[in-house]
Design a protein around this ligand. Structure first.
Ligand code: HEM
Length: 118
């Protein structure tokens, strides 16, 4: 979460939900700066203290991108992707279990055995 506090990538947490307010910064009646100050953190208290209207609460839904847990999972996935991309190694190699390798060897040997012993 703490990574998302830039003007072009601004997330905040209200009541355990994550909101991407990047698109909203310019149109927030309370101003962009106040959102940027709260970005990357739990802004529930600030949001409630300001006494936002029911309309403002409805607007929240437009910017919801997940719960705090889902967000950290997303960040996790993004990191995994970054590892795989462009590193030159084949990540799929690590996913092959020894059992599969043994099965392939046995299959090849069986085929050879059958071919060589008519
Ligand atoms: C996605 C989250 C947010 C949405 C959708 C939102 C929406 C709005 C809306 C529609 C208003 C106009 C008044 C109203 O209808 O209540 C408003 C005012 C305001 N907001 Fe937000 N807000 C958000 C987050 C925040 C946060 C996190 C803060 C504080 C850190 C904040 C501070 C304020 C302030 C101070 C005003 C009053 C501006 C004024 O009356 O001069 N807002 N907000």
């Amino acid at each position: 979460m703490a990574k998302h506090r830039a003007e072009k990538d601004c997330w905040l947490v209200i009541h355990g939900k994550v909101y991407d307010v990047t698109r909203f910064l310019d149109s927030h009646p309370g101003g962009a700066d106040i959102l940027l100050d709260a970005a990357g953190y739990d802004a529930t208290t600030e949001f409630e203290d300001t006494g936002h209207s029911p309309e403002a609460r409805k607007d929240l839904a437009k910017y919801e991108i997940g719960t705090v847990d889902a967000a950290s999972e997303k960040v996790q996935k993004a990191k995994d992707g970054a590892h795989g991309g462009g590193s030159g190694t084949a990540p799929a190699d690590t996913g092959v279990s020894p059992g599969v390798v043994v099965a392939v060897i046995v299959a090849v040997l069986s085929a050879l055995f059958i071919l060589l012993n008519p």
